[in-house]
Design a protein around this ligand. Structure first.
Ligand code: SAM
Ligand code: DTB
Ligand code: SF4
Length: 332
């Protein structure tokens, strides 16, 4: 293991210097760092399932599920527990080791729906998969209940920089997001937190977002880097498509400043040819969302990803490995 120290005191200037390195140098350095902490042939394969779709009261300007935009999305009630468990079983059979359930909620409420989500968590955990949820804001008490049910990780993205945040969302604050992350950490649940690029933010905003993530007391165990999937009907429907080099810079910088974290090449893969995804893996990405649907939008299917893994000599990372990443992440 290297003598690199996991730092939580990065300055924006230092992060900017890394982010702006000549691209080949940046990829080389992040690839070296990646090899210090991870097996570069392993990629974590997570499956996403939207267990409660649409009808969300929030105004996140990128999102297909907000009631405020006319996005042609059919609003659905919370899925039946059995149906969710059936989907998780299929994902496991297809090689997925993490199952992430998402709901279009501003926050979790202590009602029957939450009781059903707890049953879903118990059921998926019993299958030996790492269970993750993304249900919006959470109190410490609710986080503890999820932990007791077997929750392994909780996804709550900061989405963008503190400075740009209110250009994207006005119905809940950046600090509320950080509070939820804190509540999750207090319950000893592993944190998955990252953001989106392509929202119209500047490079300085991207650096600022990475600054916030890398200066958390414990680095998130996983850091999803999403490219905006433009949704018709939302205020961001016409945003310009993110370039692969911007994804690479984000991934490589995240890898260099949060070396132990899993960096997830998240939304946006459908538009990326295998060669572009390969550069992202080279730059330190080691996790993907698999399965032909993200929450509401299409994603490459298992068959396509299997082919890509074969071509790139990658293999899915096992769940709960001996060198448990959860313990590693909490051992800074
Ligand atoms: N409602 C919960 C919340 O907002 O925390 C959980 C689900 S929400 C859809 C999860 C995350 O997905 C968002 O925070 C955002 O980072 C990402 N996301 C949503 N729509 C997206 C889009 N169109 N393109 C890229 N990422 C998106
Ligand atoms: C994350 O960072 N990206 C995922 C997951 N966490 C929940 C969601 C991507 C959503 C893409 C748009 C959609 O399918 O609606
Ligand atoms: Fe609701 Fe989450 Fe979409 Fe925001 S991102 S509108 S909170 S579902």
């Amino acid at each position: 293991m290297s003598e690199n120290i996991i730092r939580h005191d990065w300055t924006k200037e230092e992060i900017a210097e890394i982010y702006h390195k000549p691209i080949m140098e940046l990829i080389f350095e992040s690839a070296v760092m990646h090899r210090e902490y991870h097996d570069p042939s392993e990629v974590q394969v997570c499956t996403l399932l939207s267990v409660k779709t649409g009808g969300c009261s929030e105004d996140c300007k990128y999102c297909a599920q907000s009631v405020r935009y006319d996005t042609d999305l059919k609003v659905e009630r919370l899925m039946e527990v059995e149906k969710v468990l059936e989907t998780a079983k299929q994902a496991k059979e297809a090689g997925s080791t993490r199952f992430c359930m998402g709901s279009a909620w501003k926050n979790v409420r202590d009602n029957r729906d939450f009781d059903h989500v707890l049953e879903m968590v118990k059921g998926v955990s019993a299958m030996g998969m790492e269970v993750c949820c993304t249900l919006g804001m959470l109190t410490e008490e609710q986080a503890r209940k999820l932990k007791e049910a077997g929750l392994y990780a909780y996804n709550h993205n900061i989405d963008t920089s503190r400075e740009y945040y209110d250009k994207v969302i006005t119905t809940r604050s950046f600090d509320e997001r950080l509070e939820t992350i804190e509540n999750v950490q207090k319950a000893n649940i592993s944190v998955c937190s990252g953001g989106i690029i392509g929202l119209g933010e500047s490079e300085q905003d991207r650096i600022s977002m990475l600054h916030t993530l890398s200066n958390l007391e414990t680095h998130p165990e996983s850091v999803p880097v999403n490219a905006l999937v433009p949704i018709k009907g939302t205020p961001m429907e016409s945003n310009e498509r993110v370039s692969v080099w911007d994804m690479v810079r984000m991934i490589a910088t995240a890898r260099l400043i949060m070396p132990k974290s899993m960096i997830r090449l998240s939304a946006g893969r459908l538009e990326m040819p295998t060669a572009e995804q390969a550069i992202c893996f080279m730059a330190g990405a080691n996790s993907i969302f698999a399965g032909d649907k993200l929450l509401t939008t299409p994603n490459p299917g298992f068959a396509d990803d299997t082919q890509m893994f074969e071509l790139l000599n990658l293999k899915p990372r096992k769940a709960y490995k001996e060198t448990n990443h959860f313990d590693m992440a909490f051992a800074d």
